[in-house]
Write a protein that binds this ligand. Structure first.
Ligand code: PHE
Length: 463
């Protein structure tokens, strides 16, 4: 089977093991993609950026930019079969170009560390809501009560910090256990269950929310509300939600069996991820409007709307607890993938065991997370550049590092790797391959750079 492939890559195997099947890989990447980005972040950034037009740009970015970047990451990962730093060094060298491409992998590792530092805090927040729901705190609560509960929780650095610690501990635990035993098990049940529960919630919001208003907010684009900043935010969101631009998917691709279709897998993941985000919006906005809440409320939006909905629902205590359990799972399977590149790197370059590497990274990331914990309470008035420490980390990673990583990854896959190498991974030089190549060589890099330069004001308006 492998005989007609280039001798090197076909024989390479990963130090960390492989996914047991194609389905396992799709589930793992879906587990990485579906997370807080879909349910916590998507509704609030869409809300802050005016809704409809933002959603449209986001969808376009997923299709035109997200897909080719994701395919590039998987193919690079599978060809290199190492952590993103080593993979880019190795492939750069193998193609007779420079090893310096490893710095792109390095930036990805760093982005993962930075993102996880705040992701873990929000993950902890989700975990806390499992207990709050279970204890019936939201039962029958109105908007004011739910808001007070939320503000009380994030206002306490000790509480927020404790749950951040628990969440980080859980992440380290799974990463330490390794690819097959740890990562795979977690996603098998979580993604389908989450989808089902979102559908149930959709039923509730159709019946009890201002569904028309929500629908209109999400889908009737008002382009006058769209600034280049919000286009950048929509593009950043596409990267974030698909887990691309920092090597997470590349790291997972390194454990992908030879014969699996990359295009098919990437398509499945993108569809699942987008569906869950859109569903989250359709659940949340009708409730926002029915309860007189502000769609631009920010990071706390889902932590008000959903408890509010559950509080009024028959069986709400049960469903609310279940929902936050599932969301914690979703966050957990994403957190694992944020950590994987850094851990794989430590194992391969610093001769650590997986467990040691996971603990070292965990401690480092936990410490950095304290900055985010404090930006919701003690340091909430400490603002610079884009706002609090959390706001700055969020902007730096999502709107700058991920898109920049995306440009460099597609340029690497599209221009540095030769035609034979990429066609080999993408299953021959057919139409889909040609489409990928045009997107990866021209459309994605130019598109990303254009939006980026526009948003920072470096490209003047032509009109
Ligand atoms: N995609 C994840 C989410 O939507 C976050 C993530 C980003 C995970 C980047 C890995 C890499 O929650």
């Amino acid at each position: 089977m492998l005989s007609n492939k280039a001798a090197g890559p076909a024989k390479r195997t990963s130090l960390h093991g492989h996914w047991s099947s194609r389905m396992a890989f799709i589930l793992a990447v879906t587990g990485s993609a579906v997370g807080l980005g879909n349910i916590w972040k998507f509704p609030y950034v869409a809300g802050q950026n005016g809704g409809g037009a933002f959603v449209l740009v986001y969808l376009a970015c997923v299709a035109i930019i997200g897909m080719p970047v994701m395919m590039s990451e998987i193919l690079l990962g599978r060809r290199g079969r190492r952590n993103p730093v080593a993979t880019m060094a190795l492939l750069g060298e193998e193609e007779g170009k420079s090893r310096n491409w490893q710095w792109v992998g390095g930036m990805g590792v760093l982005a993962g560390i930075l993102i996880l530092s705040y992701y873990s805090v929000i993950g902890g927040w989700t975990l806390a809501y499992v207990f709050k729901s279970g204890m019936g705190e939201f039962f029958g609560a109105d908007a004011t009560r739910v808001t007070t509960i939320r503000d009380g929780f994030i206002g306490s650095w000790a509480l927020l910090g404790s749950f951040h610690t628990v969440f980080m501990g859980l992440t380290v635990y799974v990463v330490a256990r390794g690819v097959e035993r740890g990562l795979e098990q977690a996603v098998r049940f979580m993604v389908p269950a989450l989808l089902l529960l979102m559908l149930a919630l959709l039923g509730y919001s159709i019946n009890s929310g201002h569904f028309g208003a929500g629908l209109e907010f999400m889908f009737s684009p008002d382009f006058s509300k769209l600034t280049w900043d919000s286009v950048l935010a929509a593009m950043g969101q596409a990267f974030f939600t698909l887990s691309i631009g920092m090597g997470a998917v590349m790291a997972y691709g390194a454990y992908l069996p030879e014969e699996t279709s990359i295009t098919g897998s990437a398509t499945a993941v993108a569809i699942a991820d987008t569906t869950i985000a859109i569903l989250a919006g359709l659940v949340i906005f009708p409730l926002v409007f029915a309860n007189g809440l502000d769609p631009a409320d920010g990071p706390g939006l889902v932590f008000v709307t959903l408890p509010l909905a559950f509080g009024q629902m028959p069986g709400g205590v049960f469903f609310s607890t279940l929902f936050f359990i599932l969301l914690s799972f979703a966050a957990w399977t994403s957190a694992i993938s944020l950590m994987e590149p850094a851990v794989a790197w430590l194992v391969e370059h610093r001769n650590r065991t997986r467990a040691q590497a996971a603990v070292i990274m965990g401690l480092l990331i936990w410490t950095m997370g304290v900055g985010t914990v404090l930006s919701f309470n003690v340091l909430s008035e400490f603002k610079f550049l884009k706002g609090t420490i959390f706001d700055n980390l969020d902007h730096l990673t999502i709107n700058i590092m991920l898109p920049l990583g995306g440009v460099l990854i597609t340029v690497f896959a599209g221009w540095v790797l030769c035609r034979n190498s990429t066609a080999d991974e993408l299953g021959g030089a057919g139409t889909i391959y040609k489409l990928w190549r045009v997107l990866a060589r021209y459309v994605a890099p130019i598109g990303i750079l254009f939006v980026f330069l526009k948003a920072v004001g470096l490209l003047p308006d032509l009109a």
